[in-house]
Design a protein around this ligand. Structure first.
Ligand SMILES: [Zn+2]
Ligand SMILES: [Zn+2]
Length: 554
């Protein structure tokens, strides 16, 4: 029976290029999961978009003398190109700048207000006397009131991960000029999170299928108790507050960005020609929603967004929030401001997508932080992708192509001693993938590739063909069949090379249409002339790549 799956992916700020931390944290796992469910024949909707409204965008626009919308449009275009090149297969990647998103956001705002979950209160806001401006949360820094870490921002502490109200910061200062801000009163709307604390705790406690870090973090947070949060700000860039007298204020970005999952689904439905189709991904028991995010985003997806959904009513809460831990770069914490990052457009200008997808999959920060190093990237590309999987495909296909008239051997038979476990490998990988345990799944596929190489080394069909053509045909037919299995197992991870193998084996059309099953090779099927799947990289270049880290980035 086919399942229906909503794949909701974090919304990147449209104020800078994408980097590998974001790819390993959210976009690649989401894409693997979506591709797996699509090839299984399930109904998938994968949505996200660029977050156009954060204050980082207004600051960047000020620095460059441009409008915020120009900055947002530039990076939105860059994101779209990056998804295309890396093979991140969104059904819709929109922006928070659409009229549709504003409409859906204002509807949620007004409904929560009508239901008594949004109220007015006076808030004391930081104002920098030097810069002569209200300081957005991200532009005030100080010591965290919870863990005493320095460098906590006005909205969140990166050290302990807790959301903060800027007035709670100890020794606050303006991030632009360092001046101690003064606090001024202003009237704003608040989301009554306290009203949801008990319901959320009951709900979260039942989520035993969540990753332990996500479950523990959320439970601990609720046991300490949520606080109400202001959801409007004195800024001019963002979604207008749909209440008279609030024309100079905007809905704050954290409140509206999470609504993007819903508004994007509605936009997708409208453009599909059936405006009501969004309901099948948000209502009823026949659908599961998965939110792919980095661990710094956990409270917004396991507490705040579910509270908003509870208060609104009639929409499904998240089924799972498989948040990833962080990716460090060459052993150090990734930092975009210090250019200690590997930028995706830069990577894609020089390398193929699948080697990166491979490394970030097999080294995915699922349960603890993992490290990216250029040396490991080169090593895994050369020793694993090229030497294990690529070599298996290449040597078998090339030999068969040359010695069997470019066709699957006519009288080849499966070597039952080897293939009895092959179906089992696919089931095991399927099990891991459905539980969002991607490392385990790709490791299983690579294990099968290794075993097949060993099998071939034992059989040596390249020598056997001279004395016993039938025995060579059998072992080659067996290896070809396992390669046909591997292209499917690896498809969610390595879509570009899996499609190539699919075609080399003589299959036509899109690999996804062939399903999550072992495609048996009809003897006599015409093969395509094989070419190497992956390129061996000069390991000396790893040193050069490492040197570039931390240098000025243009
Ligand atoms: Zn802290
Ligand atoms: Zn200042």
């Amino acid at each position: 029976m086919s399942e229906r799956i909503l794949v909701a992916v974090a919304w990147p700020y449209a104020n800078g290029s994408l980097h590998l931390g974001q790819i390993a944290g959210a976009y690649l796992p989401a894409d693997i999961f979506a591709r797996y469910h699509r090839i299984k024949g399930n109904e998938v909707l994968m949505v996200s978009g660029s977050d156009q409204h954060g204050t980082p965008i207004t600051i960047k626009a000020e620095q460059e003398g441009k409008k915020p919308s120009e900055i947002a449009a530039r990076y939105h275009q860059e994101f779209l190109e990056a998804w295309e090149k890396l093979g991140i297969s969104f059904d819709l990647f929109t922006t928070t700048g659409t009229a549709n998103h504003a409409e859906v956001t204002q509807d949620i705002f007004l409904t929560l207000k009508k239901n008594g979950y949004i109220y007015k209160d006076t808030v004391t806001q930081p104002f920098c006397p030097q810069c002569q401006r209200c300081l957005p949360d991200r532009y005030i820094e100080g010591t965290c009131p919870y863990c005493n870490a320095s460098g906590a921002r006005g909205d969140q502490c990166d050290e302990c991960g807790k959301p903060i109200n800027s007035i709670e910061l100890i020794e606050p200062h303006c991030r632009i000029c360092g001046t101690t801000p003064v606090f001024k009163d202003s009237e704003h709307f608040f989301l009554k999170l306290t009203a949801f604390n008990d319901r959320l705790l009951d709900w979260v406690k039942k989520k035993t299928h969540w990753r332990p870090n996500v479950l523990n973090f959320s439970t601990r947070y609720l046991e300490e108790g949520l606080k109400d949060r202001a959801i409007t700000r004195d800024i001019g860039w963002g979604i207008p507050v749909p209440v008279a007298g609030y024309e100079a204020k905007r809905i704050y970005v954290w409140f509206e960005a999470v609504i993007g999952y819903l508004s994007a689904t509605k936009e997708w439905a409208k453009s599909s020609g059936d405006a009501e189709k969004w309901r099948s991904f948000w209502q009823g028991d026949g659908v599961k929603s998965y939110y792919f995010i980095g661990k710094d985003n956990i409270p917004f997806h396991t507490l705040i967004w579910p509270a908003m959904l509870m208060g609104y009513g009639g929409l499904n809460l998240p089924y799972d929030v498989p948040a990833n831990e962080f990716l460090t770069i060459e052993g150090k914490k990734l930092s975009t401001s210090h250019n200690w990052a590997v930028w995706l457009p830069d990577y894609l200008s020089r390398y193929d997508p699948d080697p990166l997808r491979y490394l970030l999959s097999i080294n995915m920060p699922e349960t603890s932080d993992t490290d990216f190093s250029w040396r490991e990237f080169f090593r895994r590309n050369n020793n694993e992708l090229v030497a294990t999987y690529g070599n298996l495909v290449n040597r078998v296909l090339t030999f068969v192509y040359r010695n069997f008239n470019g066709c699957v051997p006519e009288h080849g038979e499966l070597d039952t001693s080897v293939v009895k476990d092959v179906e089992h490998h696919l089931d095991v990988a399927s099990d891991w993938l459905s539980k969002c345990e991607f490392r385990q799944a790709i490791m299983r596929a690579m294990l099968l590739a290794q075993e097949t190489n060993r099998y071939l080394d034992g059989k040596s069909p390249w020598k056997a063909i001279k004395e016993d053509r039938q025995s060579a045909a059998n072992s080659l037919y067996t290896a070809l069949s396992i390669i046909s299995q591997l292209k499917t197992m690896l498809y969610p991870f390595l879509p570009f090379s899996s499609q190539k193998v699919h075609e080399f084996l003589g299959f036509e059309g899109d690999i996804e249409d062939y399903g999550w099953q072992w495609q048996h090779l009809p003897p006599g099927q015409r093969l395509l002339e094989p070419k190497p799947l992956f390129t061996k990289l000069d390991e000396k270049l790893a040193e050069e790549e490492t040197q570039r880290l931390g240098q000025a980035y243009s």
